[in-house]
Design a protein around this ligand. Sequence first.
Ligand code: CP
Length: 316
Amino acid sequence: MKKFTSINDVENLNELIALSEKVKQAPFDFKSIGRNKTIGLLFFNSSLRTRLSTQKAATNLGMTVMVMNINNDGWSLELEDGTRMNADTQEHIKEAAGVISQYCDVIGVRSFASLKDRIGDYEDEIINKFIKYTTVPVISLESAILHPLQSLADVITINENKTNNKTKVVLTWAPHPKALPQAVANSFVEWVRETEMELIITNPKGFDLATRFTDGIKVMHDQDIALKEADFVYAKNWSSYDDYGRIGIEFDDWTITEEKMKLTNNGKFMHCLPVRRNVVVSDEVIDSTNSLVLEQANNRTYAAQTVLLKMLQDEK
Ligand code: CP
């Protein structure tokens, strides 16, 4: 695996999940593979889970880890080619990526959508420029439009908790006071549609995800009907794709409550975190025994470790 930016970089999802099971059972069995290898983790924005779980994953493989909050601690990066850099940017991504490639065997990049420029965001410029200009494998720690490590952890978590083969998974929009990217939702759809499970998306009108992700998937605008008999309820806010970046603050009845969960098949509650309690989900639901949020966060380590292991194995 030369890069990990979406499901399209995965040759065989079932094999990747099987490898993650081995990794989770014996996380220190692969300690020698990363010896004398360095991973550089570059963060353009805040993170708790991705940062700590990827560091832990790399350490479990014996790698040296370097972390940089590149926006705060690095030079201001120029992304455009052919620009005369006589304004605010100080270093071109071409040199930055080339230099980091000298120091690292794998590079992880975390960036967010601007939510102002849909075309620019959906070109996923930061991660793609790093891929273009690095000479080592690149792993997405969440890009403007996708969050594949989160999705791998989510699929692992669902696999561990499903009790039947006709599993119904509902991805539901939930309220949020700030504009959030569509990355987690886009990615979740990309990954779950590769499995045998039934996937339904529910969101208010005006909040449909990009059709390049949802083509062929049932999208419902009535949350209560969508939630019926769900085995897993994955709540996530995203701002509007059509009216790019719009917040749906008026849809506050989309919060996941105990009443909503009663519509499901004793459904498990999922969220990638961080989550705004009593806005996205009620205390009762997230604190219930059906809540999988901490299991998802735990599986972030094994998702990252599995992907890194695959990259290191493929390099040999
Ligand atoms: N779920 C997730 O990516 O969390 P962080 O933003 O804290 O990394």
